[in-house]
Write a protein that binds this ligand. Structure first.
Ligand code: BGC
Length: 817
């Protein structure tokens, strides 16, 4: 459709029809106008898979690694390929818009969505964003880069104001968005939940209209985050086109009235409607208006890609005496320890959750790749934040009342004890008000203390064998779970004998609040792991040739809507690792977290692999690396500090988590390694760190000019040789420093990198390009980028903290851009 045809279409619409386009029809699609042949467009989360329209247990889909794991690959070409695969996955779910990538920066280590974001560094994050967007949009599907901007923590996320100094905003937080607009031509942007300097992101005229659209030339669609519209007039004036989800909160008749009352020019509505139509055109909806049914195609090429990504993002943190890789051709007794070995941790929590086609457990993968070994497994310690959901059948009866009165309108048998009804209820159930009675059986397999728990978005209560034991009904109040729509967990503890049967009845009512159409019921049950579980694991380790401990967090900690509370591994995992390592010096730790944790046992363990949440191929990818079938290709996208006390904003509640509705980014441009270097704090593992199974030599750097002029581009080359006995990967990282500047600048900033894959004995060349912006800071007064004449340092290394070459170059005059 030509620009002219789009305008003609707008001309033929009534104000009401234009307004209808500016809010979703439901949770995941826009409003069609059949009279004019305007189609509906379906969107899907994002970012590590395409979930489709059903929040939980819908048609299965491919689960890719979490954002931090993708960034850990430092491989833009592979991420572009991943974006393309995700574009195809989006189509399989009948959608044409993927709500991804997530490019907020890792400002604090406790951010609940740390796992979903790429990096603490804006350059790495933006390189990944550009590649991801290009890949997705190359398939004709729109990417939706999010959350614009300042969503660096989850605490009070729906109302918190991120008060960000202008330099930090420009140099750090906006950069991934800016580059995705300018270099990848992204088609859609999602605004954040939070306010920025007091104004909600969706209403932020300066940022959405002035910066994103006018300064950067963004001509695509801006949508709100879900339920994040707050003002009928300001959002439209800012240029936030689409309120999501439907039905409307701030638009519809309210918006029609605002135009008719003269509070808003009709042109503003028309501009937004035009951009909604433009998106439809871009993704091909006019040409093909049908939204096909969701399929569960399991694409072999995507399986392979996910497995490759898992190893390519895995970071070998430590490897004394070449403990890894383990020799798969030997017969060994292997003590595998930890819950994640058998309950694969494939993804983080929240809206990034998908119903994966399958989940490969590390223990299963190790068994199949290491046939001559004999394995034992012990859980050792819990990793859960909440009492675990049961994978057990549960019978549900639905009532179209809030109090379980009236006839049963629907019955269901489900295979687990967590149910989410987000804009989607079973047939016959009225979406607004309903209640549920659920029954299930729990049989204790071992004697000991057991916990039972409820969390619900809506009211809930439970009884065991007829006796009420959990009340999240009379005392229900909104907490931090389920995107802050759920209550805090209510737990009941009791002793059970082995074989003891608990007949459980749960009751649920949607009555808690009518504000949003998001409802959930989660029942957890399980034995409390104790000292005897650690003892059993330690005993197994003592008699084994090698112990492999799987430890970490899970999707309940690395989760949306709530921040973490500490950097310590939960429950008794640190004790477990320390005792296993004491019992067996050949102990390998595989960590699976989406954020840094402290590692107090590090000195006593020869090898540590960080495997993140690598998606559905989890076990295969981890086993590939542990057994040497694949190289650990990952490098840290985020610094691992020694302790929480060393991290940005620690100890000042005004800077984190925020006070009186404001979180002040008082550290300015000093986050991540910029912070640790400025404060001269030693870290556990520096940004960019990651070992290889081979070794490399870095030759002299070519192309360093003694001086360069404003507007010049510098291109450096360095030859790298694989000096070891096997193929491997290295990432040459180029950091820039400004020797004298009129503003406070970080000691070093990443401005280019190149990943090389080299066969044993082979050489290659890393090529690194520095445009003028690589030397510039944002001049707040003059509102422009400035590189000041004088000397700059160029530091080439394999982490932010070391360098194999340092050079200095002189800029002969000031540059502004
Ligand atoms: C998240 C978004 C997501 C949306 C739709 C929100 O809670 O912040 O990232 O795309 O939900 O699920």
């Amino acid at each position: 459709m030509t620009a002219h045809a789009l305008d003609a279409l707008l001309d033929s619409m009534t104000l009401e029809e234009q307004v209808a386009l500016l809010t979703g029809a439901d949770f995941w699609s826009t409003v069609p106008i059949p009279r004019l042949g305007v189609p509906a467009v379906k969107v899907s989360d994002g970012p590590n898979g395409a979930r489709g329209g059903i929040f939980k247990d819908g048609p299965s889909t491919a689960c890719f690694p979490a954002g931090i794991a993708l960034a850990a690959t430092w491989n833009p070409a592979l991420i572009q390929q991943t974006g393309a695969a995700l574009g195809e996955e989006t189509k399989i779910k009948g959608a044409r818009v993927l709500l991804a990538p997530t490019v907020n920066l890792q400002r604090t280590t406790l951010n609940g969505r740390n796992f979903e974001c790429h990096s603490e560094d804006p350059w790495l994050s933006s390189e990944m964003a550009v590649a991801y967007v290009r890949g997705v949009q190359g398939t004709g599907v729109a990417a939706t880069i999010k959350h614009f901007v300042g969503n660096e923590s989850e605490y009070q996320r729906m109302s918190m104001s991120s008060d960000i100094p202008e330099r930090a905003l420009r140099e750090l937080y906006l950069l991934p968005f800016e580059r995705a607009v300018k270099e990848a031509g992204v088609w859609a942007v999602m605004t954040a939940y939070n306010r920025i300097d007091g104004t909600f992101a969706a209403d932020h005229r300066r940022l959405v209209n002035d910066v994103l659209r006018e300064e950067w030339g963004f001509d695509g669609l801006v949508m709100t985050d879900w339920f994040a519209s707050h003002d009928t007039v300001q959002g439209v004036l800012a240029g936030t086109d689409l309120e999501m989800p439907g039905t409307t909160r701030e638009r519809g008749q309210k918006l029609v009235d605002a135009v008719n009352d003269g509070r808003l020019p009709a042109q503003a509505v028309r501009d937004c409607a035009r951009r909604v139509l433009l998106l439809m055109q871009r993704v091909g909806s006019f040409a093909d208006p049908v939204i096909p049914a969701e399929r569960a195609d399991d694409v072999p090429a995507h399986r392979q890609l996910i497995r490759t990504l898992g190893a390519e993002g895995a970071v070998l943190l430590k490897n004394n005496q070449n403990t890894l890789p383990l020799a798969a051709d030997t017969s060994r007794r292997v003590a595998v320890i930890g819950l994640p070995a058998v309950v694969p941790q494939i993804m983080g929590g929240g809206s990034a959750t998908v119903n994966a086609h399958y989940r490969v457990a590390p223990l299963d993968a190790l068994r199949s790749q290491w046939p001559n070994a004999t394995f034992t497994h012990h859980a050792g310690a819990s990793i859960h934040r909440w009492v675990p959901v049961l994978r057990t059948p549960m019978q549900l009866e639905f009532f179209n009342s809030a109090d379980l009165s009236g006839p049963v309108v629907c019955t269901q048998t489900v295979d687990n004890t967590e149910q989410i009804w987000a804009g989607h209820v079973p047939e016959g159930v009225q979406p607004g008000t309903f209640s549920v009675r659920a029954t299930l059986r729990f049989v204790a397999t071992q004697a000991g203390a057991h916990q039972f728990s409820l969390i619900s978005a809506g009211l809930s209560r439970a009884s065991i064998n007829g006796t009420p034991v959990i009340d999240a009904w009379s005392t229900w109040s909104r907490g931090e779970t389920y995107f802050t729509f759920g209550c805090e967990e209510v737990i009941h503890t009791r002793q059970l004998q082995a074989g003891e049967v608990c007949n459980i009845t749960l009751e649920y009512s949607s009555a808690a609040f009518e504000e949003v159409n998001f409802r959930a019921l989660r029942f957890g049950a399980g034995r409390v792991l104790d000292a005897s579980d650690i003892a059993a694991a330690v005993e197994a380790a003592r008699t084994a040739d090698v112990a492999v401990v799987f430890a970490g967090l899970n999707a309940e900690w690395d989760n949306e809507g709530l921040d973490r509370v500490s950097m310590t591994l939960p429950h008794h995992q640190n004790t477990l690792i320390a005792q296993v390592a004491a019992a067996n010096p050949r102990t390998v730790v595989v960590l699976q977290t989406g954020s840094p944790v402290t590692t107090p046992w590090l000195d006593n363990v020869p090898a540590v692999l960080q495997a993140w949440y690598p998606g559905q191929e989890c076990g295969n990818a981890i086993a590939d690396v542990l057994l040497g079938a694949a190289e650990p290709g990952g490098r840290l996208p985020q610094t691992w500090p020694l302790r929480l006390e060393d991290t940005v904003a620690f100890g000042d509640p005004a800077q984190y988590p925020g006070v009186d509705g404001h979180v002040r980014y008082g550290e300015d441009v000093f986050i991540g390694y910029r912070h640790y270097q400025q404060k001269q704090l030693a870290v556990q593992f520096p940004f960019g760190h990651g070992l290889s199974y081979t070794s490399f030599d870095y030759g002299p750097v070519r192309g360093v000019p003694a001086s360069f002029g404003p507007g010049d581009t510098i291109t450096l080359e360095v030859d790298v040789r694989n000096t070891g006995k096997r193929a491997g990967q290295t990432v040459v990282q180029l950091y820039v420093s400004d020797a004298e500047a009129s503003v406070a600048r970080p000691a070093r900033e990443l401005k280019a990198f190149a990943k090389l894959h080299l066969e044993a004995g082979a050489s290659g060349t890393a090529k690194l390009t520095l445009p003028m912006r690589a030397f510039a800071f944002y001049d707040v007064e003059k509102k422009r980028w400035t590189a000041e004449a004088g000397s700059f340092g160029l530091h080439l290394g394999t982490t932010a903290d070391d360098a194999f070459a340092n050079h200095s170059v002189v800029l002969t005059g000031d540059w502004h851009g």
